[in-house]
Design a protein. Structure first.
Length: 178
C-alpha cells in the first residue's frame, strides 16, 4: 500500500512538472491560423473537463475497492500507465480491471458516485441501465438474450456498465435482454 501511494504521489509530481513545461512551451509557440474559418454556428462549444484525477480522489476510489475486497495492486497500477485522462482512466477501469466484471449494480453505483466527485458537470457518466427498461443499441451491447414471458427487448441484467464522455458513448453497457 505504501508503494502504490508513493507511485501515485510520484505520478502527481510528474504531472505537475509536465504541466509546467507544457505551459512554458505554449507561451513560446506562435499562434497557428486555420486554412479556413468555420462559421460560428458550426463550432462546438469547448468542453471543460479536468484533465487529471487528483491523488486524493484516486485514493478514495482505491479505499472503496479495498473495502469491497476488489483491489488488485498490479491491475490498479496498470490503469495509470501513461498517465491517462479521466475518460481513458474510467474506460480502463470498466473494461480492463477484471475484478469489476459481473458485479452487483450497487458496486457500479458507488463508482458512479465517485465519478461525480471527480466531474461535477456530468460530462462523464456511467451508463447503468435499470432492469426492465428498453434495450437501446446505441447505448447497450447485448451479451445474452433470454426467452422470458412478457415484453421483449427489455433489460434483464447488467453485466458491465457503459461509459459516456462528453455526450459520446465510448463503451456500451453490456446487458442481458429479453
Amino acid at each position: 500500500m505504501r508503494n502504490s501511494r508513493k507511485l501515485l504521489e510520484n505520478l502527481a509530481i510528474q504531472q505537475t512538472e509536465i504541466n509546467g513545461k507544457m505551459g512554458r512551451l505554449e507561451s513560446q509557440s506562435l499562434p497557428i491560423k486555420p486554412l479556413y474559418e468555420e462559421p460560428a454556428a458550426q463550432i462546438a462549444p469547448a468542453i471543460e473537463l479536468p484533465e487529471r484525477i487528483t491523488v486524493e480522489l484516486s485514493n478514495e476510489l482505491r479505499v472503496y475497492l479495498e473495502k469491497l475486497k476488489l483491489f488488485d495492486e498490479p491491475a490498479w497500477l496498470a490503469l495509470w500507465h501513461d498517465d491517462p485522462d479521466i475518460c481513458e482512466f474510467t474506460r480502463r477501469l470498466l473494461r480492463e480491471y477484471s475484478l469489476l466484471e459481473n458485479r452487483e449494480i450497487e458496486i457500479y453505483n458507488g463508482i458512479a458516485a465517485w465519478l461525480e466527485k471527480v466531474i461535477s458537470k456530468q460530462k462523464i457518466q456511467l451508463i447503468i441501465p435499470e432492469p426492465n427498461h428498453s434495450y437501446e443499441s446505441s447505448q447497450h451491447e447485448l451479451v445474452e438474450q433470454r426467452p422470458v414471458k412478457g415484453p421483449i427487448n427489455r433489460i434483464l441484467e447488467v453485466k458491465q456498465p457503459g461509459l459516456r464522455c462528453t455526450d459520446t458513448v465510448l463503451l456500451k453497457a453490456r446487458v442481458v435482454s429479453s
